[in-house]
Write a protein that binds this ligand. Structure first.
Ligand code: ADP
Ligand code: MG
Length: 323
């Protein structure tokens, strides 16, 4: 892979991809695409999980991997305000992988499908050099209510649904050879997708929404870029998962690296008009900051009054130092 990274590569692919227009309500560049079919919005997302890149077999069971493959797509649909309905699976199976292991993977996918009320309706199996699972999820969304990344306006309030920092903290413990904290590891293995909250925020009038898969800094950066705004996040207000601060202290790490730059949180980040904030809070959201003028990289406001650039924090799988 070149040094331009995942986001740079995706930008080069834009000429081959469709932007919104006619029946395509949301094209490439968002958490999921939305196609209008017979007056209904069909939301479509795909995510690929590769052994030793997106999961470690010594950390996650195959059931956990199956769960996560479905959950991450449900999270992308949640970020559009959509409800998942069906999924198909592309399975890359390494030579010698026992059928019982494949069944374990599917037991995890089945558990996640039950959790979020979607059905597995097919897929494809190929022999491959490494285990990889690609899940495509379709869902329902009101085409007039699909929430994009680009609608945030100065004066909007930033909210987060879910917790931040746990998966990255657990992984850092594993890498350091420290026995991982149980609840942190559980959040790493079986992320939640906030589907009901995503719909509630959409109904409440969210102007922009994204799921936090690459780290709060990177994903808020995407919202700022797409919306042409800046953002200020209050560090003290962030919903940090219990145990992250202790894990960071024991590892000699800055907890904000896990909370803002870790990734794999699958929290929802949304911009709400001020009049809609109460409804967002009632749906489980925490107020974390505000959208500002002029367009700029997001910044983190610390309790001592200092500010830190948030944009450099975030997970990019192709980055050389992101091992
Ligand atoms: P997320 O983290 O929400 O899964 P990504 O960062 O993977 O989002 O993708 C951002 C956008 O780029 C999405 O609209 C996605 O559909 C698009 N995208 C990513 N990779 C590719 C690819 N290889 N080909 C076409 N579109 C892509
Ligand atoms: Mg996403």
């Amino acid at each position: 892979m070149t040094s331009e990274g995942e986001f740079g590569l995706i930008a080069r692919l834009a000429p081959f991809l469709s932007a919104a227009g006619e029946d395509l309500v949301v094209g490439h560049g968002d958490d999921a695409a939305v196609l209008e079919v017979g007056g209904r919005g069909v939301c479509i997302a795909v995510d690929v999980l590769v052994d030793d890149v997106h999961f470690r077999r010594d950390v996650s069971s195959l059931e956990d991997v199956g769960w996560k493959a479905v959950a991450v797509n449900c999270s992308d649909l949640a970020a559009m305000g959509a409800a998942p309905t069906v999924a198909v699976v592309g399975l890359c199976r390494p030579a010698g992988m026992p059928a019982a292991d494949v069944e374990s993977l599917y037991r995890g996918m089945d558990a996640a499908c039950r959790r979020w009320g979607l059905r597995l309706v097919g897929g494809d199996t190929v022999d491959a050099g490494a285990l990889a699972v690609s899940v495509t999820v379709l869902g329902d969304v009101d085409p007039d209510r699909a929430v994009r990344r680009g609608g945030a306006r100065p004066g909007d309030v930033l909210v987060v649904v879910g917790q931040l920092g746990a998966p990255a903290a657990a992984l850092a413990q594993v890498r350091a050879g420290v026995p991982p904290d149980g609840p942190l590891l559980a959040l790493h293995r079986r992320p939640e997708a906030h589907v009901a909250a995503g719909r509630a925020l959409a109904d409440a009038g969210a102007t922009a929404m994204i799921d936090v898969s690459d780290g709060l800094g990177a994903d808020l950066g995407h919202v700022c870029t797409a919306s042409g705004v800046g953002a200020v996040v209050d560090a003290a207000a962030l919903p940090v998962a219990a145990g992250v601060a202790e894990a960071a202290a024991a590892l000699g790490r800055d907890p904000l690296d896990f909370v803002c730059g870790g990734g794999d949180d699958y929290a929802l980040l949304a911009a709400m008009p001020p009049a809609s904030v109460d409804a967002a809070v009632a749906a489980g959201a925490t107020v974390v900051g505000r959208v500002v003028d002029p367009p700029a990289s997001p910044v983190l406001s610390l309790p001592d009054g200092s500010r830190r650039d948030l944009s450099g924090l975030g997970w990019d799988h192709y980055r050389k130092d992101a091992s």
